[in-house]
Ligand binder design. Structure first.
Ligand SMILES: [Zn+2]
Length: 200
């Protein structure tokens, strides 16, 4: 369903079926699935053709205006009839709202950035985004894990810090301090001399 309201919402994979205004002024947005991939079995990948039933969820998204929007996603349950597939049925999901997720991916990303980048506390971010503390904390943990688990960028040039003390010297550096392997090569007598030479 490609309409202006869907375009305004900008939530990939979902279409706006209708919008209603409740008595308290809340705008309730009824959403339907608009992604063909949603009826692909998450286990075997085969597209299902037989509907099992329906379900309605209430995903949370980025705030819109002062009162926000109240979403109702009317989605379908499908039978997977692929022989050998252990998954007998499944419910539609889209990349922005994976199975079991209560908030959209774009909201989770926004929460994850708000805490470290804006210096906001978890409870303040929860107030600003009209979310509960556990939801914000869970989103922050997920974002933090993604940063920690991400591979480090490859090193193009490896150097040393340019800050140094004193004038630069060219040539081979000489270190008057005896190294352990040097001491090992020396005789016990010479080692004794070094030891005693450091006595006050
Ligand atoms: Zn399957």
């Amino acid at each position: 369903m490609d309409n202006d309201t869907t375009l305004l919402l900008g939530l990939d994979g979902l279409a706006v079926a209708r919008v209603e205004r409740l008595e308290d002024g809340t705008r309730r947005v009824h959403l339907i699935t608009a992604d063909e991939q949603a009826r692909a079995c998450p286990e075997c990948g085969v597209f299902a053709t037989r509907v099992k039933g329906s379900a309605t969820t209430r995903p949370r998204d980025l705030p819109y205006g002062e009162s926000g929007l109240d979403f109702r996603w009317h989605k379908r349950r499908w039978w997977c009839r692929e022989p050998g597939c252990p998954r007998r049925s499944f419910t539609e999901q889209i990349p922005q709202i994976p199975a079991g997720a209560r908030i959209t991916v774009r909201l989770r990303v926004a929460v994850g950035r708000r805490v470290p980048d804006a210096g906001s506390t978890v409870i303040q971010a929860a107030r600003d985004l009209h979310l509960s503390w556990p939801t914000v904390m869970g989103a922050f943990r997920t974002s933090a894990r993604e940063v920690v688990d991400a591979p480090l960028p490859e090193v193009d040039v490896l150097g040393i810090d340019e800050t140094r003390r004193g004038k630069p010297r060219c040539g081979r550096a000489t270190d008057p301090t005896p190294r352990l392997d040097d001491l090992a090569r020396r005789s016990p007598a010479s080692s004794r001399v070094i030891t005693t030479s450091h006595r006050p």
